[in-house]
Every structure is written in C-alpha cells, then in structure tokens.
Design a protein around this ligand. Structure first.
Ligand SMILES: [Zn+2]
Length: 463
C-alpha cells in the first residue's frame, strides 16, 4: 500500500522525458540492517532510509532508495544497525550532577538525607543548564533521541534540550516544600503554567506538569496539577507507587493504594505518565488501563534503591502502555537505555522465575514505540516509517562482544552498549556522526560540569 502511494506520488510529480528523475533529499542512510519497529516488526537486511527536512521520506532496500533519491549527505551503515532512536520515559536530567554522590541507600533515606538537602543548597538555573548539557551529551552519545523529564527550572532544561537538538517531554516539578524555583506549590503551579505557555507548540519540546509524587503533595495540589494539564492539553507526569513505604503511607492516610487514591480524587487521565508503578495490585492495573495511563518502567533505579520489581508481565498482559526509563543519574547511575533494556529483560525473568518473560523484542519495543506511546508521540516517533519524524540511530555491531551476529534484536538488548552508537539523528538533524557530537562542545560541557561539581561537593560537605 505504501509502495503504491509512493509510486503514484513519484509518477505524478517527477516524471521527466519518460524517466523517473531522482528527488534530492538531505540525507540517506544506506547499507545497514534497518529495524523499523513498525506494526509488523519489519527488518530490512540490508535497508536504507531517506530523510528530508524533519521527516523520514522512505524506508526501502538500498537499490530502491538509490534509484529514487539523490542525497546531499550519505551515511554508509554497512555492517551496522539502523533503528528508531531510544525513548527514555523517565529521568531528571540535571541530576547527573549528583551522580555517585550518595549510593546504596533506600529511596526515603536517599531522598531525605542526601538528595533533597543537596538540591536545597545547589539547584539554580546555572546548575540546571550545566547538568542538562551534560545529560543531553550523554543521551546523544548513547542513542537516546527523546526523553521525559521532571525537575526544577524546567524552562532551562527545555532551552538546553532544544539547543542540543533532542526531543523532550519536560515537566515542571511541583512539590509541597520550598524549593529553589518555588516557595509554595501555588508558586510552582504558576511557574508550570508560564512554562507551558512558553513552549507549547515547539517542534522539539512538549511542556508538561509534574507533581513530584502523592507523598510529597497535598490533594488540592494534585487536583490543581491534573486540571492544569487538562486545560492546556499537556502531559502530567508523576512518580507512582515506587516503594513499599509509599504503599504503606497511602494505606495509613487514605485507606487506599496510591493508584486507588489518585483515582478517588479524579487525577488520572489519558495524558498521564506514571513513573515506576512497582507496588500495584490487579485492581490498580485495571484502573491504569481503564484511564489510559502510561507507565514508565525503571528497572535499574528500582533495583539500585531496592524498591522492588514492577509487574511488567501483568502490565503487558493487561495492555497498559509501557515505556522504559533510566530515572535520574543519581539512582542509576547512567542514562544508557541499552543497559535499561537489558536490565528490564533480566529483572522480569528473575521476578517471575520465567526466562520467557520480556524477550529481547519486547524490551526493544518498550524502549522505542512503547516509549513513544507513553509520551503520546507515537504518531511522530518510535518507528521508522515514512512521514514520521526522522529520529534514529546508527549502531556499530563490530565489538568482540557483538561477535558473531545471528540476531540484531538480541544483540541490541543483550550485548550492545550506548558507546556502540555511531550516529544520532533527531528531527532530521544529525546530532552526532561517527561519535562526533555536532550540537554540543563536548570538552566545554564536561569541564563546566566538573567546575560545578566542586560547589556540589562543598555544599554537601564531601571532600
Ligand atoms: Zn524519578
């Protein structure tokens, strides 16, 4: 069907002197194994992708693409794999500045004794800019092309993300206690509204409202956040049922589960993205499905903080939209989505004692088209198909650990590292080619982060 349409289009537009003339496009990536992640999980061996402007124009065999298009720039992906850029559905980009600052602690201790105090002393617009530059560098270098964020001074996150060329669904955090960018939740809400107005309609940035969690916000704030999101038709992002403590607290205070409580106050809607969803029962899963809530699964953060294993196989069986996330670098401690895919597969097998749980293809789906659905962007990204935005990566398959190669999907999930990504393209623009990042000055970004780390170290009294 698609081929027929393309043929008609070409016949109508470009026949000259009885011959098909070639259309000039900005970029052709050719010769690699193309993993489309389309509805039929089509893989072209080899394949080629033609890109012009912000869009994918065609996905086909190298011969077919070569006969139809002339490229201003070409990437020879022979021996490599071309796939949709990875979608990180939960992180806190500036928290790369707290990477390795406090490890090996439970969530509530980690948050209350280390992270919240460190944030109280060090979060500023400059810290957010410097941290986000470092995070976007790490994401571009490891093949993430779109991410969901929750933090403070989110307009700074948005500006840096847009300049770096990445796609972001970025949520202004709202929390009960005074924080660097808002003294009260009411101030936080006003800030969130200004942020939404400033970035709504942007080509790369989707602004969002991000009430931190149920246990860090009052009912009135949670309801106001949901109303704000609905009024502007933007996503609402929240941490949900991350730990057993959160479950216990909701039981004590509301005699309900976290999911049940948020249902009881009318919080859930189709644009909500809930991070973690570890401590949920079958009735909770039904509510999430009924309300069209997307869940961001963060296996590495959940393991590191000892939070538990989300019931991923139950979510999948119930048809809940599931994306994959790293969480902030302070609880992971990296933003590498290849590692997240591997750990998602392993944790599901361990938690269910079933080695068939979350096979490689399912983990890859979660990190691509599943993540796109979770962010409400599945019409634009998540698979390599004509008319979608050109968000894709080229991955090397020549490491010793990738040899021999029988199944590229298996290798992407089980042996590939972020460092194997050669090129990263977002919205048709090459952000990194052959490991050379074009949109950020790598040396300057790293030295700024190292300079800022000195003040973080001082603020938390660490030598
Ligand atoms: Zn988080």
């Amino acid at each position: 069907m698609r081929r027929q349409l393309l043929a008609v289009f070409l016949a109508a537009g470009t026949i000259a002197a009885g011959q098909l003339s070639q259309r000039t496009v900005a970029l052709v990536i050719t010769g690699g194994t193309v993993i489309t992640e389309n509805a039929s999980h089509q893989i072209l061996t080899p394949g080629a992708v033609a890109i012009d402007g912000t869009d994918i124009i065609a996905v086909d065999s190298p011969e077919a693409i070569g006969s139809r298009f002339t490229a201003r720039e070409a990437i020879d992906a022979s021996g490599q794999v071309v796939l949709p850029g990875l979608v990180n559905t939960h992180t806190h980009a500036p928290m790369v500045m707290y990477r390795g600052l406090a490890d090996d602690l439970a969530l509530m201790d980690w948050l209350q004794k280390y992270i919240f105090p460190a944030e109280a002393k060090t979060v500023s617009p400059e810290m957010v800019r410097t941290g986000t530059r470092l995070a976007t560098l790490e994401m571009i270098e490891s093949g993430t092309t779109a991410y969901a964020d929750m933090y403070y001074f989110e307009e700074e996150v948005a500006t840096v993300t847009r300049d770096a060329g990445l796609r972001g669904v970025l949520g202004q955090t709202i929390i009960r206690f005074p924080v660097a960018d808002a003294k009260t939740p009411v101030e936080g809400l006003a800030r969130a509204e200004r942020f939404i107005k400033a970035f709504k309609g942007d080509g790369l940035i989707v602004p969002a409202v991000a009430p931190h969690a149920l246990y860090t916000n009052e009912k009135t704030t949670l309801v106001a956040c949901a109303e704000l999101g609905r009024r502007y038709e933007v996503p609402i992002i929240i941490h949900l049922a991350e730990t057993r403590d959160e479950l216990k607290l909701a039981g004590e205070q509301h005699q309900l589960t976290p999911v049940g409580y948020l249902e009881s106050i009318g919080f859930w809607g189709p644009r909500t993205l809930a991070a973690h969803g570890v401590w949920v029962n079958d009735a909770d899963i039904e509510i999430l499905k009924k309300r069209n809530v997307a869940v961001s699964h963060n296996p590495e953060s959940n393991m590191k903080l000892g939070s538990g294993a989300a019931p991923v196989t139950k979510y999948l069986a119930a048809g809940v939209t599931l994306g994959l996330g790293t969480d902030g670098a302070a609880s992971n401690n990296q933003l590498d989505m290849f590692s997240a895919m591997r750990q998602a597969a392993f944790l599901a097998k361990l938690a269910t004692a079933d080695p068939t749980a979350v096979p490689a293809q399912v983990a890859l789906d979660m990190a691509t088209i599943g993540g796109a659905r979770a962010l409400g962007l599945e019409k634009l990204i998540g698979s390599l198909e004509p008319r979608k935005r050109a968000d894709l990566i080229v991955v090397s398959m020549s490491a010793a650990r990738q040899t021999p190669l029988y199944d590229p999907v298996s290798h992407l999930v089980y042996v590939t590292h972020g460092d194997d990504v050669r090129s990263t393209i977002v919205n048709g623009k090459i952000l990194m080619r052959d490991r050379q990042v074009r949109t950020l000055d790598r040396t300057a970004v790293m030295s700024a982060a190292n300079r800022l780390a000195a003040s973080v170290r001082e603020a938390v009294g660490r030598k």
